[in-house]
Write a protein that binds this ligand. Structure first.
Ligand code: ADP
Length: 265
């Protein structure tokens, strides 16, 4: 059994747009995977289905052998504790200290969890502090989150996600708002902690050139279908073309993607 098994996933939005056609993939614990494709290809829709934020029209998603598409809301809530999310815009609570933001990763741990924000018991704090240290931001623990740079904020959100002790991390364009140097550090931290904890990490990312340094495998999506799935070393020009080029290009093409596609060629 694979950690994640997706079969024939299809999503048709209420306006009739078929965002995912028949997506199938499997992924294992410890894999760091980039999901690439043009803007509008269906990458976010795929992550939202896995996270239970979007109901598929048909198909199956199994996480640790458990079918996610037929869960009750309460069951889904329990499964979502096993899934850490890293968002493009960080989603930190700006006015709270960094450590409290990281401790939010413990909120889903019912029973053993904190009763009130600010009154976390020692074991939770120890986990959170250890994870802050793993992203080299321990010295920021008591600062307000809004005092940090964008790169630091994203590394805090990675610390929060792993503090949840998930089996799967979903990252939706985690470095799209960051300068290249900060983006490098964020990807390095994300890939390293995922490997150390043997998590599966699925990372939606525009910057193929950056992703290449950190991921094991690439899944390329074009117009709602998987058009490449393989090790990063096999993601060559032909694969790049399949993912980023069409005979009838959707307009407007995302400038960053086009620049990257041309640069890579
Ligand atoms: P990506 O993450 O690759 O940019 P998305 O999954 O966000 O792509 O979107 C895939 C397609 O679905 C796009 O054409 C987008 O405009 C469309 N789409 C996304 N969300 C909705 C929605 N809630 N309703 C209708 N269409 C949507």
């Amino acid at each position: 059994m694979s950690l994640l098994e997706i079969r024939d996933l299809r999503v048709v939005y209420p306006n009739g747009l078929e965002a995912l056609k028949s997506v199938s993939l499997t992924a294992e614990a410890g894999e760091v995977i980039a999901i690439v494709g043009r803007s509008g290809a269906g990458k976010s829709t795929l992550l939202r289905c896995i996270n239970g934020l979007q109901s598929p029209t048909s198909g199956s998603i199994r996480l640790e052998g458990r079918e996610l598409t037929t869960l009750t809301p309460r069951e889904l809530q329990a499964v979502r504790r096993r899934i850490g999310f890293v968002w493009q815009e960080f989603n930190l609570v700006d006015r709270l200290p960094v450590i409290t933001n990281v401790l939010c990763g413990r909120l889903g741990h019912a029973g053993e969890g904190p009763s009130l924000l600010g009154y976390f018991d020692r074991s939770h704090r120890e986990i959170a502090l250890r994870n802050l240290e793993r992203v080299n931001l321990l010295e920021r623990a008591d600062q307000r989150a809004d005092r940090l740079s964008g790169g630091e904020k994203q590394r805090i959100s990675i610390a929060r996600a792993i503090t949840q002790e998930p089996t799967l991390i979903l990252a939706d364009e985690p470095v799209a708002s960051l300068d290249p140097e900060l983006a490098w550090q964020v990807m390095e931290d994300l890939a390293r902690v995922a490997r150390e904890d043997r998590l599966l990490a699925l990372i939606n990312i525009h910057q193929v050139a950056l992703a290449k340094h950190f991921v094991d495998r690439v899944i390329g999506i074009a117009r709602g279908s998987v058009v490449f799935d393989g090790p990063i070393k096999d993601f060559d020009d032909a694969a790049m073309t399949r993912v980023y080029r069409f005979d009838k290009p959707a307009i407007p093409a995302h400038p960053i993607e086009m620049e990257e596609a041309l640069h890579e060629r």
